[in-house]
Design a binder for this molecule. Structure first.
Ligand SMILES: C[S@@+](CC[C@H](N)C(=O)[O-])C[C@H]1O[C@@H](n2cnc3c(N)ncnc32)[C@H](O)[C@@H]1O
Length: 292
């Protein structure tokens, strides 16, 4: 069993749940930390729909025996179709990976824990990190490292990957991380040199940015007037998408005046960061659907 400390729990749910008998949608159930808090704040008329693309969270959702709650295994890019006849008082996204995914070496997300390369949040997706890294062209790998990981040594690391896999397929997270060890071994106090390329591969394999953009676009029609959109993101590229959307500037955004920004960005307190270091890069943004 895994545990997950929900990030900015009170800050996010305070901004989300303004109507105790309202209908809410949690697009990233994970281990259910935020979902459980939403249920606590609702009265007997309130309802909560939660979704997640990771089948392994179903057993955690099934533990919530509450008639107001319903879980669906789905990607959040599908919320427009899934809930086409519904309106919500609030929609929550707590982006990124859960502890269930990161702490389980067999899911192949982490350079801290050696395991078979995989990185699919949805095990039914076709291409894993193992397949991609062993088949993609060197240029494609370098481009992904640069564009999604902002990795300055993208070309060098891509070249090393192609050289390494000529002798033996790159099967584990440890073998992949090794390509980033240049010169002296990295110091523990510094950012691990594989951080950027692991993030880039994860974003690519899970099509994360397209997923977020589609779901944000769909959320407009699903919100009631004055309904809240609350998003927690974990790195600047992800946050930029959310910020642009709230400002009506995301590419292909149709109704650019449908949502307004509420308050300033919120970051975790020092106490939270000390208790849960994974929260340190989190940024919370809140929007509200404009009436009419
Ligand atoms: C940071 S965790 C959420 C943790 C949760 N709020 C909690 O308190 O336990 C992010 C979750 O979102 C899910 N997720 C990420 N992208 C998704 C997508 N495109 N569609 C559906 N679920 C997604 C992941 O599988 C993961 O379980």
């Amino acid at each position: 069993m895994f545990s997950h400390a929900p990030v900015m729990l009170n800050e996010s749910i305070d901004s989300l749940v303004l109507n105790k008998s309202g209908a809410y949608l949690d697009c990233t159930f994970g281990l259910g930390g935020h979902s459980k808090e939403i249920l606590k704040r609702l009265n007997s008329e309130g309802t909560l729909e939660s979704i997640d693309q990771d089948q392994r969270v179903i057993k955690y959702a099934e533990k919530i025996k509450d008639p107001r709650f319903h879980f669906e295994y789905s990607k959040f890019s599908k919320i427009g179709e899934l809930f086409s006849n519904r309106k919500f008082d609030g929609i929550l996204f707590d982006l990124g990976v859960s502890s269930l995914q990161l702490d389980d070496a067999s899911r192949g997300f982490s350079f801290q824990k050696n395991g078979k390369l995989d990185m699919r949040m949805d095990q039914n997706d076709k291409i894993s990190a193992f397949e991609w890294i062993n088949k993609a062209h060197e240029k494609e790998i370098a481009d992904i490292f640069y564009s999604l990981g902002e990795e300055r040594k993208s070309r060098l690391f891509a070249k090393r990957i192609v050289e390494k896999r000529r002798n033996k397929l790159i099967e584990s997270t440890g073998e992949l991380a090794e390509v980033t060890y240049v010169g002296k071994k990295y110091r523990k106090s510094k950012k691990h040199p594989a951080t950027n390329i692991f993030r880039a591969i994860r974003i690519f394999i899970n099509n994360e940015f397209d997923e977020i953009k589609k779901a944000l676009h769909a959320s407009i029609d699903l919100l009631q007037d004055k309904g809240r959109l609350v998003v927690i993101s974990f790195h600047s590229m992800e946050d930029r998408i959310v910020k642009n959307f709230l400002k009506g500037r995301l590419e292909n955004q149709e109704n650019t005046n449908a949502i307004k920004i509420i308050g300033k960005i919120i970051k975790p307190s020092l106490d939270e960061i000390n208790l849960n270091s994974r929260s340190r890069s989190a940024i919370l943004r809140v929007g509200e659907k404009i009436s009419g």
